[in-house]
Design a protein around this ligand. Structure first.
Ligand SMILES: *Cc1c(COP(=O)(O)O)cnc(C)c1O
Length: 430
């Protein structure tokens, strides 16, 4: 399969080239030249085998194709269970059983497994540069830790990520360096962008990114939707509808692609926090990206969803068709807090703030009489956001074992001024 840019002015690329590049050279996002025909998918397969079957047409003809099954086995070595909720017909798809307890582990591990193979035999290591406000950096650091031929440099705003998040970023060592920047997330991101665009630096230190526009992160995320919806359909004969906590639209876009590939998924509803660019658009307004506002569901604090360009491409740039296909609802911090407290009080269920936004939206749909079998997508374990969740439920949360193991390691981050020259020096030195 060949991949083209959403902006149509970059040369077509193979899957390997598109994964290695991240962004297309014209600034667009890589998309498949055409969507593959619906797949013949069987329930009852493992998550890894479902992934390999689903992704096979995207890998057809690529150098990575013979290794697809091994890559899937390596990346998907933890479960993504679909569990019933207390309210009848409602479910939760738990995506937080990976090493850093968030769904980003799936995409980051798949990307790392692909890049490790693409860099085999390379003379110099490839440096993955990541600016993070928390979850992405930890997932990428964990996935690339000790991968041969690869190293990771994570930049995060000092004092503006939770203590647990900072610890997760600094606890790896080896080929992973954490830099705590005396500045904001935007400063970190600007420094990373400048480095990625610095041809002189790249000639000496090959660089790549691992952000949510990477095809190597997007494509594998279709797998857990397929695995859950196929099993549900086999058991009950009905499709599964999803409410998805949404920021940059990477996770939701994967569900949309899975549906295009023939997975028995019904409706897809996007839940955002108080950043309402998507709800406004789907309600008929213009697409109006803007600066983000800070919320307690901070991994969704996005004012310009980076995958929107891909979503529009998928609907042929036809806004009416796109608006007709989805609903999106915004949930503010007050409603998120109420949902966390109330679901615990009434049912003993505990959700992270992002997942709680989706639970709130599903509750509203049910109140309006919407029927069907629904699943909310749990994007992180609540223990990652203990400072929000614990006061609302009035008890301490148990930390999942993988996360506890990370928190038990010593952590270290080097300080860095918010200055591009300092980053460049650091990259040239190591
Ligand atoms: C990244 C993240 C999201 C948002 O996912 P997108 O793919 O950016 O839409 C939601 N919840 C959590 C916990 C996350 O880490």
């Amino acid at each position: 399969m060949t991949f083209i840019s959403t902006r149509n002015t970059a040369p077509a690329a193979s899957l390997s080239q598109a994964i290695a590049a991240g962004l297309a050279p014209d600034g667009g996002l890589y998309v498949p030249e055409r969507m593959p025909a619906p797949r013949r998918l069987a329930p009852g397969a493992t998550l890894a085998d479902t992934a390999a079957t689903l992704l096979q047409p995207f890998f057809a003809g690529d150098g990575l194709a013979p290794e697809l099954a091994t890559i899937c086995g390596e990346a998907f070595d933890f479960p993504a269970p679909l569990q019933p909720l207390a309210t009848p017909g409602d479910h939760v798809l738990e995506l937080f059983h990976g090493p850093t307890a968030a769904f980003k582990d799936f995409g980051a591990r798949f990307l790392a497994a692909c890049l490790a193979r693409l860099r085999r035999g390379a003379e110099r290591p490839l440096t993955i540069l990541v600016a993070t406000s928390g979850d992405t950096g930890a997932a990428v650091a964990a996935a690339f830790h000790r991968q041969p031929g690869l190293r990771v440099v994570v930049l995060y705003p000092d004092g503006r990520v939770s203590p647990r998040q900072a610890h997760q970023l600094g606890c790896f060592g080896d080929n992973v360096s954490a830099l705590r920047v005396a500045g904001s997330f935007d400063d970190c991101q600007a420094m990373v962008k400048q480095a990625l665009g610095d041809a002189g630096l790249q000639a000496q230190v090959p660089l790549s990114s691992a952000n949510s526009i990477s095809l190597g992160r997007l494509l594998p995320q279709t797998s857990y939707y397929a695995h859950a919806a196929l099993d549900h359909h086999a058991r009950h004969g009905r499709p599964l509808d999803f409410v998805i906590p949404t920021g940059n639209l990477g996770n939701a876009l994967a569900a949309i692609i899975a549906r295009e590939l023939g997975v028995p998924i019904g409706r897809i509803v996007l839940a955002t926090n108080a950043n309402r660019v998507l709800p406004e658009y789907f309600d008929g307004g213009d697409y109006a990206p803007r600066a983000s506002v800070a919320t307690i569901a901070n991994a969704m604090d996005v004012g310009a969803p980076s995958n929107f360009e891909r979503l529009r491409w998928l609907y042929d740039g036809d806004d009416a068709k796109l608006r007709a296909a989805f609903r999106s609802h915004a949930v503010d911090d007050t409603a998120i807090r109420q949902t966390i407290a109330e679901r615990y009080r009434r049912y003993g269920e505990v959700f992270c703030p992002h997942t709680a936004a989706a639970v709130h939206v599903l509750g509203d749909l049910r109140e309006r009489g919407v029927e069907g079998d629904w699943s909310v997508v749990a994007t992180a374990h609540p223990a990652k956001f203990e400072s929000v969740v614990e006061p609302l439920i009035g008890r301490a949360l148990e930390v999942p074992p993988a996360l506890a193991a990370l928190l038990a390691r010593p952590a270290h981050a080097d300080p860095l001024p918010p200055d591009y020259r300092a980053l460049k020096e650091r990259l040239l030195r190591d």
